[in-house]
Design a binder for this molecule. Structure first.
Ligand code: TXD
Length: 310
């Protein structure tokens, strides 16, 4: 085994390159960047390697248009695909990205049979389900990033509203990544105090709505692409939890087999992340309205998964 863990990142665009940057800045492992565009992964890998002497990391970086360099990866992050443009929904991306993610997964699993796959490409929950089916991997080794990002957005807005450190704020977001995501204010806290004790209901609702539209808000500013710093930071938190076997509880798209009343579907729930991947699904008792919102979110995911005949 190589001295350092190997992290492969497929798609060297905005999110992929930022995942590479944050991962090497934390020295989580060596990084392989793969993209179909000639020169981009090679150029970004070399550029990031040359930041190493300044930032003080020894992680190796290599860029490629092929997959041989990814062999025996510990973690593979898949960001390949198209990003949203203004006016596009995440679902518009469904068929195009299904084709891309399907071919990426085939290439990856041939060479890294024991890897943990983290999907980032949208529409997220459907892409994870596709990757799980295509890979033939056990469900605990295939998961998706969305909840960490959605809760980071909620945490940012809560901290700004109350003028407190973001570090004091935890937030709880369930459900699929999309307009039907389910933030849970009663489990969202500032230094342990539920925000329901700190803010009036209408302010909480405003923050919840802004969180659910958090991706679109950034797209409307950037115009030519979607968010990438916070998505990449969120992905790297998951990579770190896995590679360091932290057993960290994070909201991720995970395969439900009866939990929360959902069977055979990837949806966002809190999980325990460690070296084996999803080591436990954390189930909490939802109130009636929360369960209804969760069911609605799962139904939206199911609809996409059905369109892909998965
Ligand atoms: O919360 C989340 N899960 C998300 C998801 C948060 C942010 C972004 N989210 C989605 O990630 C977004 O909707 C896209 O579907 C992906 C990647 O977003 P990014 O902003 O990084 O898009 P870019 O910059 O367009 O990068 C995509 C790269 C680009 O360089 C393409 O050339 C490459 O993917 N690409 C491929 N690489 C390898 N193999 C194939 N087949 C391929 N096709 C495109």
């Amino acid at each position: 085994m190589a001295a350092r863990p190997k992290i492969s990142i497929i798609g060297a665009g905005n999110v992929g390159a930022s995942v590479a940057q944050y991962a090497v800045e934390r020295e989580l492992g060596d990084v392989v960047l793969v993209d179909v565009v000639e020169g981009i992964p090679q150029g970004k890998a070399l550029d990031l390697a040359q930041a190493g002497p300044v930032h003080g990391y020894d992680s190796h970086l290599v860029g490629s248009n092929g997959y041989d360099e990814t062999a025996d990866s510990d973690v593979v992050v898949i960001t390949a695909g198209l990003a949203r443009k203004p006016g596009m929904t995440r679902d518009d991306l469904l068929f195009k990205n299904a084709e891309i993610v399907g071919s990426v997964v085939d290439q990856v699993v041939k060479r890294s049979k024991n890897a943990i796959l983290i999907l980032v490409t949208n529409p997220l929950d459907a892409m994870v389900q596709l990757a799980w089916r295509k890979s033939g991997f056990p469900a605990e080794r295939v998961l998706g990033m969305a909840g960490v990002l959605d809760s980071a957005r909620f945490r940012t807005f809560i901290a700004r509203e109350l003028d407190v450190s973001v570090e004091n704020v935890t937030a709880f977001v369930l459900g699929g990544h999309g307009d039907t995501m389910v933030p849970l204010p009663r489990y969202s806290t500032v230094a342990g105090i539920p925000i329901t004790d700190l803010l009036p209901a209408d302010r909480i609702q405003a923050l919840v709505t802004r969180t659910a539209n958090g991706g679109a808000e950034i797209v409307s500013f950037l115009k030519t692409g979607s968010a990438y710093y916070a998505p990449a930071a969120s992905t790297v938190e998951m990579v770190e939890a896995i590679l360091k076997d932290k057993k960290k509880i994070l909201p991720c798209a995970a395969y439900l087999n009866g939990q929360y009343g959902v069977k055979g579907l990837y949806v966002g729930v809190p999980v325990k992340l460690g070296r084996k991947g999803v080591e436990q699904i954390i189930e909490i008792k939802l109130q009636t309205d929360e369960q209804a919102a969760f069911d609605k979110s799962a139904a939206a995911v199911r609809e996409l998964v059905d369109k892909l005949k998965l």
